[in-house]
Design a protein. Structure first.
Length: 121
């Protein structure tokens, strides 16, 4: 059985610039953590499957992505990895439920760090 790894964070966004920025930001703030990225929900699921010994403790995902949006990814992740913490970042102002945190875009760096710190406790 796989287990969650508190030092492992996955970022999911279809914008390569956002992925690069967030990975650099989180790697600098949390140097002891492994920060992985995926450009789609499907790639996220495949990447987690490849790492059979554990899965991330936190997944940060965009909402609007092609082929699988953030809510669909959340549903798939929750079924397979029930202890996983999932954070949504979105420009949508409508209420979105089922996530551990929702961060509105543009993403505040302080809000992002605070969210990760809270979920890591």
């Amino acid at each position: 059985m796989s287990r969650t790894d508190k030092n492992f964070i996955m970022i999911v966004d279809d914008d390569p610039d956002t992925l690069s920025f967030l990975k650099t930001l989180l790697s600098t703030k949390y140097p002891s953590r492994v920060i992985l990225t995926a450009q789609s929900g499907l790639q996220c699921l495949k990447n987690i499957e490849k790492i059979s010994f554990s899965y991330p403790s936190i997944v940060l995902t965009d909402f609007q992505m092609s082929s699988m949006n953030g809510a669909e990814l959340k549903d798939k992740l929750r079924r397979k990895y029930p202890g996983l913490k999932i954070v949504l970042f979105t420009a949508l102002s409508r209420a979105i439920s089922g996530f551990d945190f929702v961060i509105l875009k543009p993403v505040s760096i302080d809000d992002l760090f605070s969210c990760i710190d809270d979920l890591s406790r």
